[in-house]
Design a protein around this ligand. Structure first.
Ligand code: AMP
Length: 178
């Protein structure tokens, strides 16, 4: 069985969470299987092994789970991108639109050095608002976005196309079409 098939089998779909009409892709069953976790990390790393990657930035909170392991595997620093008000030190901030209202993410100002090449990782790409706000944060800190990495891509939402339009490589392990 391919890793994609294993992931499709293990990711749990929860209807109407956190609100009506959303089918939530729950990755927590994956965390109970150390063998699949190590396959996931290797597969996430594959496009970046031997590349110029110099850091992985993971987005709170599910982006921390595999983002940190990915950084360790690639032997590069991990940078946490957090929700508003969680970081203790001076931070850059970016707001982005949600379906209703807006949200803010932050990253420490000294998390990157100018020119540092960064891979952005999160569990799932939907509208792309979060990932594109993360890329603006990295650019504010003088970093360069080398690529995007996700476990899951929702191909029926705008995120994948928006990222492809940016010209920066996008890698994901499972794509859902509908
Ligand atoms: P977006 O900014 O719309 O691309 O949403 C991405 C963020 O929201 C990620 O951090 C995901 O964890 C979360 N998210 C959005 N939609 C879903 C979904 N259907 N299932 C699980 N997580 C989701």
């Amino acid at each position: 069985m391919s890793l994609t098939e294993k992931l499709q089998g293990a990711i749990r779909e929860v209807a109407d969470f956190p609100k009506p009409g959303i089918i939530f892709k729950d990755i927590t069953p994956l965390l109970q299987d150390p063998a699949i976790c190590s396959e996931i990390v290797q597969a996430l790393a594959r496009p970046f092994v031997g590349s110029e990657v110099q850091a992985v930035a993971g987005i709170e909170s599910r982006g921390f789970l595999f983002g940190f392991l990915l950084a360790q595997y690639l032997k590069v620093p991990f940078v946490p991108i957090r929700k508003e008000g969680k970081l203790p030190w001076l931070a850059h901030r970016q707001s982005y639109d949600l379906e209703y209202g807006s949200a803010v993410i932050e990253m420490h100002r000294d998390a990157l050095t100018p020119g540092q090449r960064v891979v952005i990782h999160d569990d799932l790409l939907a509208t792309g608002g979060t990932a594109l706000a993360a890329s603006r944060l990295i650019e504010d800190a003088g970093g360069v976005v080398l690529g995007y990495s996700f476990l899951v891509e929702l191909g029926f939402l705008p995120g994948p196309q928006l990222i492809k339009n940016s010209g920066i490589p996008l890698h994901s392990l499972v794509q859902y079409k509908g």
